[in-house]
Design a protein around this ligand. Structure first.
Ligand SMILES: [Zn+2]
Ligand SMILES: [Zn+2]
Length: 753
């Protein structure tokens, strides 16, 4: 910038409520500048004055480098300004305006606060609600904007004089930290026996003793209650499984430090980085030493580090705990004792700082050094996503997502905010959570939609909700929305088409059939179906997704017609049941057809003896299949791509025959599983090359729930990149249906009036 005595700058991004203004205040003092800083609609405005002509470059370099940990800078606009001879540097009061202010997600305790908490001389020694402008709760405690204490669930705690002093001193690291508190004036914990409500003395320490003794403890965290027990106490783990009605679904663990995780899981630098990040997600790691009963039949196990001061204190006496969200099956995480927490545990460790918005823990794997989200929630929501310049619109858009693993997204002024994972909306309580979240986000961001977007599926709750809103309503095909979301996240050039390879369960197709594994040539405006997996019968419809053996039978009959060789896993099925389903398939009774990706995994997983007869949770069969795969194996089976022009059809009948033949030759299961994964990957790569040759595309999008499979994703990514494809995959979002609402926004933006 040209030298002058004064400069103005506007910093855009997540810069409010994260200690940005006091940070600028301290920085300006360090540089000896006068002037002011204040919050404005989109960000923070800074006015700097220097005693002599200056380009202010060093100041802005320091700003970018040292910015507060919770802030996220999108852009800085700078220009020379009029010198007005300011006397000092001050933080000006902000005027609340019609605007789009970004709120920070909830972030784990920072190093400074942790040190204070463990210092016996500090007035907040062992205080479980210690926080500062760099850390602590945000999204889950704020009720409305502006982000002020009065608008959070801390409003009924009156600050003591010492806290007040810290809160109002711009040089203090708690200046305007809205949840600031201390043992004198802030929230308190309480331990209670759940059956009687009897208060238990001894606080957090006693709670940890109870866990050691085998109790199940509910712990109120940031976005809701965890259920906690000792992972090495088989009786406790079994009881917890009974309570949660989960026989095999894995539990996540919280460890006191990396040194504990190291004993049980294998970690590389990037996985460590994620575990230790301020967002503190659950990271799935390959097992080094198994803890029986925690993640049965799987090769990975989920770990996280403590993220609230309360968790830190609890884990001072315990190395490792099971920390699973406190929802009974199919309902959202509990945020309030009144929601029935007592029925799920022996003791409750609770406190009197209310949670306004519930939010689950985020879950990820690390692939190719970057996150692969299984669930995006606490720590990441509501960070904004900037949309490509060409899509920016004045409209406000509400996108409602799909039905399973739903999220909603809102668009305003160039940014999208996607909600936390909301679950399956066919469950009444999740549907209420969905409505709660629309209300919460609308309030926070002063959002009033001009347009609503839903899935094509006529029976989804979200589609009906959209119809009832009485505003312009757009509908987007499910798989197309997956592709659009990844294109938007990576700011894909709108003038070029990409090939979206979307491997998913089901989505309502553009032709009203059930689509599942799709190759879509897409830009932001439209798509064509360039290929799909062969349609297969789903014996019994929805039941086929829950009982993998039905799909195994369907694929066998497809591969061999009626006379297929003996397969051990099929022989185990009750003969009458088996004959019945076989008849259904051959006579085409109650067998809707779909081009599913997930169901192919179900079938193979069952066929080779890994999947149970009845799956307990979604993706159980594919997860077991992936867990078994030996990643040294490079070979793959035969498959078939047919058709002279688009849509090409990919068929795996040859693959199924080869698998049966390998089984009968007693080829080890890890080799068969790896070969199957490699086959799929090879099919995707061959399709990509075919369509590159005919249609000149070079960008591939990989999305859909099947790409949560790390083996498949890693292999496919590597091969495509070796062949010089530009590959986009969701990194800030999950590739599963949580992604749909973001893609719906992209579509509505491209549809300019
Ligand atoms: Zn802090
Ligand atoms: Zn205080």
């Amino acid at each position: 910038m040209k030298k002058s005595r004064a400069a103005d700058a506007v910093v855009f991004g997540v810069v409010q409520g994260v200690g940005f203004r006091p940070f600028i205040y301290r920085l300006a003092k360090r540089f000896g500048y006068k002037g002011w800083v204040k919050n404005i609609g989109f960000g923070v405005k800074i006015h700097l004055e220097s005693q002599e002509a200056d380009d202010f470059n060093l100041f802005f370099q320091a700003l970018t480098k040292e910015k507060p940990p919770l802030s996220q800078i999108e852009n800085i606009d700078r220009e020379p300004a009029e010198f007005s001879d300011c006397r000092q540097f001050e933080i000006k009061k902000s005027i609340h305006s019609q605007s789009f202010v970004f709120i920070s997600p909830d972030i784990s305790i920072c190093e400074n606060c942790r040190k204070e908490m463990l210092d016996p001389e500090d007035r907040r020694y062992r205080y479980p609600f210690i926080n500062c402008t760099d850390c602590g709760p945000r999204y889950t405690i704020v009720k409305a904007l502006p982000y002020d204490r009065a608008q959070t669930t801390m409003s009924h705690f009156k600050m003591c004089s010492q806290c007040q002093k810290e809160y109002t001193d711009p040089s203090d690291r708690r200046y305007h930290a809205q949840p600031v508190a201390c043992p004198e004036c802030g929230p308190e914990v309480e331990v209670k026996k759940s059956s009687t409500g009897e208060k238990i003395k001894g606080g957090i320490h006693q709670a940890s003793v109870l866990v050691k003794q085998g109790s199940i403890l509910a712990v109120k965290g940031l976005g809701g209650f965890h259920l906690v027990c000792d992972p090495f106490n088989k009786k406790a783990v079994d009881r917890l499984r009974k309570i949660k009605r989960r026989k095999t679904k894995p539990f996540a663990l919280m460890a006191s430090g990396l040194h504990v995780i190291e004993r049980y899981g294998m970690m590389d630098t990037y996985e460590k980085e994620q575990l230790c990040s301020a967002q503190r997600p659950i990271v799935l790691l390959r097992k080094k030493k198994d803890i029986p009963g925690i993640a049965p039949f799987l090769s990975e196990i989920g770990f996280m580090l403590p993220y609230t001061p309360l968790h830190y204190l609890l884990l001072q006496d315990l190395d490792l705990i099971v920390a699973t969200s406190s929802n009974p099956k199919d309902s959202p995480i509990m945020k309030d004792e009144k929601e029935g927490i007592n029925a799920l545990c022996d003791y409750v460790l609770t406190h009197n700082r209310p949670i306004n918005m519930r939010s689950d823990d985020s879950v990820m794997k690390v692939v190719d050094k970057k996150p692969l989200f299984l669930r995006r929630a606490r720590g990441y929501v509501p960070y904004p996503q900037k949309v490509p310049e060409s899509l920016v619109s004045q409209k406000q858009i509400l996108a409602l997502g799909g039905e399973l693993k739903d999220t909603i997204s809102i668009y305003k002024n160039g940014y999208v905010i996607t909600s936390q994972f909301l679950g399956d909306l066919d469950e009444y309580q999740n549907y209420t959570y969905f409505e709660e979240t629309i209300k919460h986000l609308s309030g926070l961001f002063e959002f009033k939609p001009d347009v609503v977007v839903s899935d094509l599926h006529p029976d989804f709750h979200t589609t009906r909700y959209a119809e009832r809103m009485g505003i312009p309503h757009l509908k987007v095909q499910h798989h197309y929305a997956h592709a659009l979301a990844a294109m938007l996240e990576h700011h894909h050039d709108g003038r070029k088409k990409a090939l979206g390879i979307i491997l998913d369960g089901f989505g309502y197709g553009g032709d009203s059939t059930a689509w599942g594994a799709e190759f879509l040539l897409a830009d932001y405006h439209t798509y064509t179906r360039a290929g799909h997996f062969k349609y297969m019968p789903l014996p019994g419809g929805d039941l086929a997704a829950k009982q993998p053996w039905r799909m195994a039978l369907a694929y066998l009959i497809d591969a061999y017609k009626s006379d297929f060789p003996q397969v051990e896993s099929i022989a185990r099925i009750n003969r009458k049941k088996r004959d019945h389903i076989q008849q259904m398939i051959t006579k085409d009774i109650c067998c809707p057809r779909a081009s599913s990706g997930g169901r192919l995994f179900d079938a193979v997983s069952y066929l080779i003896g890994l999947a149970p007869e009845q799956a307990e949770f979604e993706a159980e069969a594919p997860m077991r299949l992936e867990s078994a795969a030996d990643d040294i194996i490079e070979s793959f089976y035969d498959f078939e791509i047919s058709g002279d022009s688009v849509p090409y059809i990919v068929s795996f009948s040859h693959t199924i025959r080869s698998i049966v033949s390998d089984l009968n030759k007693n080829v080890p299961i890890p080799i068969i599983s790896a070969r199957f994964h490699n086959t799929l990957s090879e099919a995707l790569v061959q399709m990509s090359e075919k369509i590159r040759n005919t249609h000149g595309i070079n960008t591939i999008v990989l999305a859909g729930g099947v790409f949560l499979n790390k083996f498949l994703l890693t292999r496919t990514l590597q091969t495509l990149e070796n062949k010089n494809f530009n590959v986009l995959r969701p990194v800030q979002y999950s590739p599963n249906d949580e992604l749909i609402s973001l893609g719906q926004v992209a579509y509505a933006l491209a549809k300019k009036p």
